[in-house]
Ligand binder design. Structure first.
Ligand code: NI
Length: 239
């Protein structure tokens, strides 16, 4: 079991064989810590600066996942693609190194061959919208994204009420479900599937610096943020 105390001493998180087996069976895994408190504080500053500066917006690297492109209302689910293009130091973090090593262990790959891409998804306090049920593979060309995995880290307390991750165990072993655009509006980037039984969901609340791993085929969901605090998530896609 990974604990906050362990990471303070070693600054290195490991997964057990039991966790690897659970990931293969369930298509997801939750760990208490992937980085330390000091780094969480520094990452929050970078994160807030990125969402204030909106780097790459004109190139399509900043948009609202849950609303039509170019809308002028308040943002429901703003996303930044490739934040490490603006802040390369994000690749030098404990978070990055642990994500890469743990993802390699879970996928049965050599960490030296694993490549990482990042995106940040912000759920604003009180009105951040849900990220409806989907499989990441629905966004991608499956031929290019075989055997990929996302590492989802929260910089805030992630609860059911603020939008923690929820998964359908074993859903990565089936086919890609049929997806449609949110609100059936092709101008909304986000996708949703109706082919899901939410009563089978497992919720994964985590403290700041906690993380979940999910296979690219695993059905997942996060609820709307009804709390008084933002829920800042940083996702690394490893393949
Ligand atoms: Ni997703």
């Amino acid at each position: 079991k990974v604990t906050g105390e362990a990471i303070e001493n070693t600054l290195q998180v490991e997964v057990t064989q039991e966790q690897i087996d659970a990931f293969r069976d369930d298509g997801f895994l939750c760990i208490e810590r992937i980085t330390n408190d000091d780094e969480i504080r520094r990452l929050r500053l970078v994160y807030d600066q990125i969402f204030a500066d909106r780097p790459g917006e004109e190139r399509g690297l900043f948009y609202d996942l849950a609303a039509p492109r170019g809308h002028d209302g308040r943002e429901l689910l703003p996303q930044v693609l490739g934040p490490d293009l603006t802040f390369p130091e994000l690749r030098e973090t404990l978070h990055y190194r642990n994500a890469k090593r743990l993802a390699a262990a879970l996928m049965g790959l050599n960490a030296n061959t694993v490549t990482l891409g990042g995106h940040m998804i912000l759920k604003p306090a009180r009105y951040g919208s849900e990220t409806p049920w989907h499989q990441d593979e629905a966004y991608w060309n499956p031929a290019e994204m075989l055997n990929s995995l996302s590492v989802w880290m929260s910089l805030d307390e992630a609860t059911i009420e603020s939008g923690c991750m929820q998964f359908i165990p074993g859903s990565h072993r089936g086919d890609i479900r049929e997806h449609r655009h949110i609100d059936n509006n092709p101008l909304v980037h986000g996708l949703v599937t109706d082919d899901v039984d939410p009563s089978a969901a497992v919720t994964c609340p985590v403290a700041p610096g906690g993380a979940t791993f999910h296979h690219s085929g695993t059905l997942h969901y996060t609820g709307p943020n009804t709390t008084e605090n933002a829920r800042r998530a940083y996702v690394l896609v490893c393949s």
